[in-house]
Design a binder for this molecule. Structure first.
Ligand SMILES: *Cc1c(COP(=O)(O)O)cnc(C)c1O
Length: 381
């Protein structure tokens, strides 16, 4: 036997990783403002790259977080009793149906760990949110990627539920559905999604990711939490990161049957949501006015951006979220880089298979204007 030192030196440490992990490409986050400041020495930077709320958090949420900080020597309430009680009252579900996460990404990972293994398969759509492939691969499960709509039977780039249903077989345990989807902003209607769930085998768990729920005002957009009594195999996830403006504190949740919540709870880290996040989220829920203002600001900003794209004859994917993905009609990475030099951070989505598109978060009216002016300068070059 080789001595341990020689043995380790003769192999690459990455070969020790589980196969799914070895093949992973890490999630690519939006560029932080501080990074661009360091790189370019710019002082005024507009970040429209991570679908954050341009109004910031509710002042009441901030105040609650500050109060919680003075108790930082104590562990958080691992059961999240008060936040669950507040969510339970608001959503008309029982507290036992709620699983809290360190952002809803945390919950999505718990779901993958509970329901997937090397023997099973998850289904998601082309152009779907990047976390689904990551959590699926990380646990060594197989993935079936359903082609998105080509525009003939549903909104181009949107989830094609028929194509997703066709991929269900005996090994399928999970289907990930983003409604609306990021980065496309497309959504599934009540009747489409209901029909899909009605026909989904009961031994397949459907995850409906409603991260942008609060922003959507389309009359045929479903509230899947209301359907939970009909589907013991349904999990709905939501977050405080987007409309509630608490992305930096990391808090999201799943609502499901109590049995699924119990399973998720078995793999959850006992203190996955910190005290400041728990308190801020609870206070944010109570600040209805801040939420309404945020949603209204988004609505106006979305119109501002879409009208500006149309005026420039740039096609974009119609969005119901707080972002819009625009086709710049040429490779988008140089446009992204040139925008960075103008102090504007947006999101290239080539990693999603959209090499000519940029995803732009809806900012304040002024931020949107700064972005559009910068885009004009860049596209004129
Ligand atoms: C932003 C986003 C999330 C939420 O992420 P958090 O971990 O809650 O910050 C989840 N799903 C989609 C589709 C998203 O775009």
């Amino acid at each position: 036997m080789l001595d341990p030192g020689t043995r380790l030196a003769s192999m690459k440490v990455e070969h020790l990783a589980a196969p799914g992990v070895r093949a992973l490409t890490p999630y690519l986050p939006g560029k932080p403002i501080s990074e661009l400041e360091r790189e370019l020495g710019l002082s005024t930077i507009v970040k429209l790259a991570s679908n954050e709320n341009p109004r910031g958090p509710s002042p009441k949420a901030l105040e609650a977080a500050r109060r919680a900080l003075s108790e930082s020597h104590l562990y958080p309430d691992g059961g999240g009793f008060e936040l669950k009680a507040a969510l339970s009252a608001k959503l008309n579900v029982r507290p036992e149906q709620i699983t809290l996460g360190n952002g809803s990404n945390d919950v999505l990972e718990l779901v993958a760990r509970v329901f997937l293994s090397a023997e099973s398969k998850a289904i998601y759509s082309e152009y779907a949110f990047a976390i689904y492939p990551i959590v699926t691969q990380a646990v060594g499960a197989k993935a079936a990627v359903a082609p998105a709509h080509d525009g003939s039977r549903g909104p181009r780039y949107g989830h094609d539920l028929q194509a997703m249903a066709q991929r269900v077989d005996e090994t399928t345990r999970l289907v990930f559905i983003a409604n609306p989807n990021n980065p496309t902003g497309t959504y599934l209607t009540k009747s489409e999604l209901r029909g899909f769930l009605d026909h989904l085998p009961k031994d397949v768990v459907a995850v409906v990711d409603e991260a942008y729920f609060e922003y959507v005002d389309a009359p045929d957009y479903p509230d899947c939490i209301a359907w939970l009594p009909d589907f013991p195999n349904l999990i709905v996830t939501r977050t405080f990161s987007k409309a509630y403006g608490l992305a930096g504190l990391r808090v999201g949740y799943a609502v499901s049957s109590p049995s699924i919540a119990d399973l998720l709870n078995r793999v959850r880290q006992p203190f996955n949501v910190n005290s400041a996040a728990l308190e801020a989220a609870k206070a944010a829920l109570e600040d209805e006015e801040h939420l309404i203002h945020s949603v209204n600001l988004n609505r106006a900003g979305l119109v501002q951006l879409c009208e500006a794209f149309a005026a420039r004859e740039l096609s974009f994917i119609p969005s119901v979220g707080n972002f819009v993905t625009v086709d710049v009609a040429k490779p988008a990475t140089p446009v992204y880089d040139a925008l960075l030099r103008q102090g504007v951070i947006v999101r290239p989505v080539g990693n999603y298979g959209l090499p000519n598109h940029l995803r732009v978060t809806v900012g304040t009216e002024e931020e949107n204007r700064i972005f559009l002016d910068a885009l004009d300068r860049v596209l004129a070059l």
